[in-house]
Design a binder for this molecule. Structure first.
Ligand code: AMP
Length: 426
């Protein structure tokens, strides 16, 4: 019979065997970020709607079409967070973090929500690892953030990664540039596609992404933002590039890089993976020097990135396996009652122990031990001494009950990776 209920459109369940790869991504990120001085922060999954409207930008797709917005019992408008930066900036201001040593380095991870058209790699609930550095305009911050994301992807083993790098300059220079670009497009209107022509006023930058032959010819000669940076912005960007080159981070300079949020200034970047098809963005971010002030704080430069956990998992394409038990207790007859007591004792000693809860015969229990990937089976029989079976070699020996935990510990440390950790990347 078909199930009556299904997970809502654009959402998914993460089954036990799908957990290891996600856990590895999160653990690697945590270790790397905390070693680099980033402190974990958790914020609510919903915020005042106004926070996102003001930060992400009223005119963006996210705010116009993609927010899950609802009214609470008190008539307040709340929104499930579509991204993390706004929440972290709100927390920075709310907790007076400007009084701490600057910059403040934060990281977060958890679910985000956007009402998008679902497809492979694009969901309505997805997970991000998010990093923000608030309170410094140094190009060192830009470089550190990009190097960290680069190294994280390399450590995870993601292949076919490309970094696109650009600079949007300051808001003033950007506005002036967009005006110039519009004028240029208008003067070549006849050669442009209908679609691009209709979007000259709203979003002239999209013209750079067009497939249309005539448009492409026009855009090859079009003015770019990188040629219109002010002196300070140009110098800042040159330093970021120099630092990346020194760290051996390869990038493609992309004067047309547009990101879907309004608040970006200066450095912007995006890591893509060719294996992912149309939804190729793994993660990205950039500077947002005006945002904190826009949210009511003092002018405070900041920078950050977000990495999509599902996209990384897709790019890795790892076969999952549920975490294995160290020992599976196989018991027969009277000994069945002892099995739970023993499992409890081992669990209290910090060992991963499992037992038959399915009323199986001994043969079925051995099969189950194999199925759950147990390193050992501990066989309890009425009256006799327990027998420990090495599930890999098949070797069996009697064991003194008092020495059981110790024996198992030894097996665990010899083989810690294969047992409690996720399997290595294939
Ligand atoms: P953004 O906040 O739009 O810059 O997104 C940062 C990263 O989050 C992207 O590169 C994707 O990896 C991931 N991401 C964004 N939106 C979605 C979505 N709807 N479904 C899955 N991943 C997403």
């Amino acid at each position: 019979m078909a199930a009556k209920f299904k997970a809502p459109r654009g959402t998914f369940d993460v089954l036990p065997e799908q957990q290891p790869v996600r856990r590895r991504i999160e653990r690697t990120a945590r270790e790397m970020l905390e070693a680099a001085g980033y402190g974990r922060i958790d914020t609510p999954v919903f915020e005042d709607t106004e926070l996102f409207a003001r930060s992400v930008g009223e005119s963006t797709d996210i705010v116009q079409k993609q927010m899950f917005t609802f009214e609470d019992q008190g008539g307040r408008s709340l929104t499930l967070r579509p991204e993390a930066t706004a929440s972290l900036c709100r927390a920075y201001l709310e907790h007076g973090m400007h009084k701490r040593a600057q910059p403040v380095k934060l990281w977060a991870s958890g679910p985000f929500f956007r009402h998008e058209r679902p497809q492979a790699g694009r969901y309505r609930q997805f997970s991000q690892i998010d990093v923000e550095v608030i309170g410094s305009d140094s190009p060192l911050v830009d470089a550190e953030l990009i190097v960290l994301l680069h190294d994280l992807l390399a450590e995870l083993g993601v292949e076919g990664v490309r970094l696109r790098l650009g600079s949007l300059g300051s808001p003033g220079a950007r506005l002036a540039y967009l005006e110039e670009l519009r004028a240029y497009l208008r003067s070549h209107e006849r050669d442009l596609s209908k679609e691009v022509r209709e979007r000259i006023e709203v979003n002239p930058l999209r013209a750079f992404d067009a497939d249309h032959e005539g448009t492409r010819k026009v855009m090859a000669e079009a003015p770019t933002m990188l040629d219109h940076l002010g002196d300070e912005d140009a110098e800042h960007f040159a330093t970021v590039r120099k630092l990346l080159e020194r760290e051996g981070v390869a990038y493609d300079l992309d004067p047309t890089l547009v990101r879907g949020l309004d608040y970006y200034t200066r450095t912007v970047f995006e890591f893509e993976c060719e294996r992912l098809g149309t939804q190729s963005g793994l993660g990205g971010g950039g500077r947002y020097d005006g945002l904190i002030e826009q949210l009511g704080g003092q002018p405070t430069p900041a920078n950050g990135w977000a990495l999509g956990v599902e996209r990384v998992a897709l790019a890795l394409g790892e076969e999952g396996r549920a975490p294995a038990a160290l020992v599976f207790i196989v018991a027969e007859g009277e000994a069945r009652d002892r099995a739970l007591a023993l499992a409890t004792e081992l669990r209290r000693a910090g060992l991963a122990a499992d037992l038959d809860l399915g009323d199986r015969a001994v043969k079925g229990q051995m099969k189950q031990a194999d199925r759950v990937g147990a390193r050992y089976a501990l066989i309890l029989e009425d009256g006799g001494a327990p027998v420990l079976r090495d599930m890999r070699s098949g070797e069996q020996r009697e064991i003194e009950p008092g020495r059981l935990a110790e024996e198992l510990m030894r097996g665990r440390s010899e083989d810690a990776r294969g047992l409690r950790e996720e399997p290595p990347v294939s």
